[in-house]
Design a binder for this molecule. Structure first.
Ligand SMILES: [Zn+2]
Ligand SMILES: [Zn+2]
Length: 442
């Protein structure tokens, strides 16, 4: 629920030419802050002239604006020409810096440039829009000219925006990129990353500038482990990439390495990806809770390579790197074949995809799939079987219920026939909801 607050301040004439501050509290978990202000700027005087009435208008008050965050930093300043500003983590009114809205005491800077003899009352209206779960689409595996791609970060970001993506991770081979250098592209959330690239396997380290200090190359399993442990300790989201790629599959023992997600879908759907989905399924069947991710591994446009093919749909509380990464880490996400296509949400009581809960008799998973086209198949997969729940006969969306008969997990795939005559392939793969068996009291 959006909250609003009105603050009023009287500025007497003696404050003309001074700077004042007006404190207010930024609540927790705010996505966008909006401020408008008004006061009497002009005074009108009707004057009779031989041929009619002339209303003269004289400027009597001029109040400038600025904003300080709880650290006392200048968030932005503007002259009296702007009476409305907004700020969130990725965009802001020109003159103001996009930023995560830190809870605590913020201050409105009041520039009392011109004040009428009788003083002026200024009214500020503050609007706080809270973070809430929203579906964001993004590609978390891309290359630029810093490695073997053909686009600069800015070109890639523009390309991504035009294709309808909300976020993008930059993952050049063994080239780190800083969050600071990515801030200059507006209107899309850019996440720093590096694809740690070794002849025996690739992994993405996302969300931090510098996952490790040493050179990328390693000569032993111990050194590989050290790179991964360093990335984990510094808070990177670690993804094991394209485990069955015919030329650069993952040959290290992933059971001995810390990682958060498994890339089961890299570029166009093909045999190596189907094998990765199979590996993921077997890990889920063994009781592990591992979020699956996908990414286009975009280098340049090609017959089968497009930016966002596939991409991630994440249910994040805000379009910020930290919220997107925590949604990926939690598995609140699905993989889709392109920036446009079907969407899915799974719910079991208060749980969504990626969450775990105790299994109960009579447990139901509610499935909502949208963006379906004729022929699309909605298939549920659990620890023991695959069940076709629905086949669309036209475009549309569907709400389905699936009874969960035993502890385990439930995930969904939407299958589509992309080329007539060929078997259907996944157009979407959801992460599972996990149903745990109650552990008997010791
Ligand atoms: Zn790779
Ligand atoms: Zn790559």
């Amino acid at each position: 629920m959006t909250q609003t607050q009105e603050l009023e301040i009287f500025i007497p004439r003696e404050k003309e030419g001074k700077y004042l501050t007006l404190p207010f509290q930024m609540p927790e978990d705010i996505e966008t802050f909006h401020l408008t202000y008004h006061y009497q700027t002009h005074q009108d005087h009707p004057e009779e002239t031989p041929s009619g009435t002339f209303i003269s208008s004289k400027a009597i008050n001029t109040i400038d604006l600025g904003l300080l965050n709880p650290q006392g930093e200048q968030v932005g300043v503007s002259g009296s020409n702007k009476t409305e500003i907004f700020i969130n983590a990725i965009q802001a009114t020109p003159g103001y810096q996009p930023q995560e809205l830190m809870p605590g005491e913020w201050k409105i800077l009041i520039g009392a440039y011109k004040v009428a003899p009788e003083g002026v009352t200024v009214t500020y209206r503050l609007t706080f829009t809270p973070k809430e779960y929203q579906l964001l689409m993004g590609d978390i595996h891309t290359h630029t000219i810093a490695s073997d791609g053909v686009l600069s970060v800015e070109e890639l970001a523009t390309h991504a925006k035009r294709h309808g993506l909300d976020f993008l991770a930059i993952t050049d081979h063994n080239q780190m990129v800083s969050a600071e250098s990515l801030r200059r592209v507006k209107g899309i959330t850019l996440i720093p990353g590096v694809e740690w690239t070794h002849y025996q396997g690739h992994a993405n380290f996302l969300g931090i500038d510098r996952p490790y200090d040493e050179p990328f190359f390693t000569h032993s399993d111990e050194e590989v482990k050290a790179r991964f442990n360093s990335a984990r300790a510094r808070g990177a989201l670690i993804v094991i990439n394209h485990p069955f790629d015919p030329t650069c599959g993952f040959q290290f023992n992933m059971n001995e390495l810390p990682f958060d997600c498994l890339e089961v879908w890299n570029g166009p759907m093909r045999e190596s990806n189907l094998k990765a989905v199979g590996l993921w399924q077997s890990l889920l069947e063994s009781g592990q809770q591992i979020p699956a991710v996908g990414g286009s591994d975009y280098h340049k446009d090609g017959l089968f390579q497009i930016l966002g093919g596939p991409c991630m749909g994440v249910y994040a509380r805000a379009n910020t790197p930290s919220e997107i990464l925590s949604a990926l880490r939690a598995g609140h996400s699905f993989i889709r074949f392109s920036p446009q296509g079907p969407t899915i949400q799974l719910k079991a009581d208060e749980c969504q995809m990626g969450d775990a809960k105790l299994w109960e008799a009579g447990q139901i998973v509610h499935i909502e799939a949208a963006g379906l086209i004729a022929g699309d198949i909605v298939q549920v997969i659990n620890q023991s079987e695959e069940t076709v729940l629905f086949q669309a006969h036209s475009e549309g969306h569907v709400k389905l219920n699936f009874p969960v008969k035993a502890p385990g997990f439930v995930r969904v795939e939407i299958l589509r026939t992309f080329l007539p005559g060929l078997p259907p392939l996944p157009a979407l793969i959801s992460n599972p909801i996990y149903f745990l068996e109650e552990t008997p009291d010791q």
